[in-house]
Design a protein around this ligand. Structure first.
Ligand code: FRU
Length: 482
């Protein structure tokens, strides 16, 4: 089909399906120089239904090529979320380097099924003895990895309504034994638990490594609806133990549009690269696009850092591949001082103004520093560093189209790093703003639908003065925008 683009809000440097509906990223793996991204996909319309696994590939994580769907509903039901691994040692017997997918078959109940690919993930064959895991509880979104220390595959399954993550082990990807369960009473318990991922990450500046369990929840997010929480602790091959008290909730991202976040498997150099579905179940079916719905976040690399009280938190930085999006021209605004009246700078006009903005702030005598993105129609998104309570906020209540859902207008808040000096990296696409703390200590991902691109960035204080340093705007360039 021809999906010639008539969508004014279709992102230019974020992955979207050419046509139809998309939710969770699925079954992501890397093999022979290619990143594979499958996703919850309705090929027949732009609302949730008929769930299949759509498929796109990329060699650089930022330019995506649409491929044929790899899994479509069968006698066991729709194809819900799951994961893929590369079976290098042929433990399953399908063949050396077979790509093995385990996913939820959603029919009368939710059971786990296996499919494998012998052509590098281009096509998959379903396993004749499916299902491979059953339960009388609602269980979904199996996520697997190879655990070298115990010489076993590990699979984490979300027992959605129990608000537990069940951990299984297997020698061969086909026969799974339940080892343990984590979650009862931990973290945010408001909604269902979905889309787990368990990984070991290095702690910045040390030789230490800790385990992180990602747990997507819906609803119960900090600003309503969907969000991703995580737990830091240890994993001994059978059981995950959380370091922090059960009542502590840690959020991966402080925006409203960051859900179903999981990582690529088999990425070289021990990288843990994740991608999110950039929407929220509160309004995902109602956002103002027609041919398709939903985009993914930028790919992000995860790590950990330890704070003064001995607790560990995730660091999230844009995958370094995103640097390749920077075009040849940069808009270098250097350093300057701002006060209450503010200073306005132009944003690029090429490619609908898609850009990355880098800036440093020294808030000096200011109480709040506002960074406002606006267009000639008066639509604006306001980012605020509040130095009194060390928060970072994003106000999208007047950002453009907001009235398609009562849950869309919102102000989201993140804990900003302590201190008056801040470093921010912003990625602005046609319908999204991703704000990264320069050192990866918070991320905030929000959709915005301005009816014209934002053309101005202004910085002002509530009182006193703020020094702005190294304000650089990078117009972004993409190869294969639809
Ligand atoms: C999360 C989710 C998963 C499920 C899929 C169905 O957004 O509800 O738990 O597998 O979407 O599309």
């Amino acid at each position: 089909f021809d999906a010639s683009n008539s969508e004014v809000f279709r992102p230019l440097f974020h992955h979207t399906p050419r046509y139809g509906w998309m939710n969770d990223p699925n079954g992501m793996f890397y093999k022979d120089g290619v990143y594979h991204l499958c996703f919850q996909y309705n090929p027949y319309g732009s609302m949730w239904g008929n769930l299949s696994w759509g498929h796109s590939t990329s060699t650089d994580l930022v330019n995506w090529k649409a491929e044929e769907p790899v899994l479509v509903p069968d006698g066991l039901g729709m194809i819900f979320s799951g994961s893929c691994v590369v079976d290098k040692e042929n433990t399953a017997g399908f063949g050396k380097d077979a790509v093995v997918a385990i996913y939820t078959s959603a029919g009368a109940s939710q059971i786990q099924s296996l499919a494998y690919s012998l052509d590098n993930g281009r096509t998959f064959k379903t396993y004749e003895n499916n299902p491979i895991i059953t339960s009388d509880k609602e269980c979904r979104d199996p996520n697997m990895f190879w655990h070298a220390e115990s010489g076993r595959w590990i699979l984490v399954l979300a027992a959605a309504l129990e608000r537990e993550m069940w951990i299984y082990s297997s020698p061969d990807l086909k026969n799974w034994k339940k080892e343990s369960s984590f979650g009862r009473g931990y973290g945010c318990q408001e909604g269902v638990w979905e889309c787990p991922d368990l990984m070991q990450l290095p702690v910045r500046g040390t030789d230490e490594k800790k385990w992180v369990l990602i747990c997507n929840i819906n609803p119960g997010g900090p600003f309503g609806g969907s969000a991703a929480q995580y737990f830091v602790g240890d994993f001994d091959g059978k059981t995950f133990t959380c370091d922090t008290k059960p009542e502590v909730t840690k959020w991966m991202d402080y925006g409203k549009d960051h859900y179903a976040t999981v990582s690529w498997s088999n990425v070289p150099d021990d990288r843990h690269t994740v991608i999110a579905w950039m929407s929220n179940w509160q309004y995902a079916n109602n956002v103002p696009t027609k041919q398709y719905r939903s985009a993914n976040s930028l790919p992000r690399d995860l790590g950990l850092y330890k704070v003064g009280d001995g607790d560990y938190y995730l660091t999230t930085v844009p995958a370094p591949e995103t640097l390749a999006l920077r075009g040849k021209k940069t808009m270098d605004y250097g350093a300057f001082s701002v006060g209450k009246n503010g200073v306005a700078k132009k944003l690029p006009v090429a490619n609908n103004g898609i850009c990355e903005v880098n800036l440093e702030l020294d808030a000096r005598t200011a109480g709040k520093v506002n960074i406002t993105l606006s267009n000639p129609k008066g639509e604006q998104t306001v980012l605020t560093y509040n130095l009194t309570d060390n928060s970072f906020g994003m106000d999208r209540t007047r950002s453009g189209l907001t009235d398609f859902s009562k849950d869309f207008p919102a102000i989201t808040l993140a804990p900003a790093p302590q201190g008056r000096k801040q470093h921010l990296r912003l990625f602005i696409d046609r319908c999204s703003i991703e704000a990264f703390d320069g050192e990866g200590r918070f991320v905030m991902t929000n959709l915005v639908f301005p009816t014209e691109p934002y053309t101005t960035l202004s910085i002002s204080t509530d009182k006193g003065r703020c020094r702005v340093g190294n304000l650089t705007v990078y117009p972004l360039e993409v190869e294969n925008n639809l």
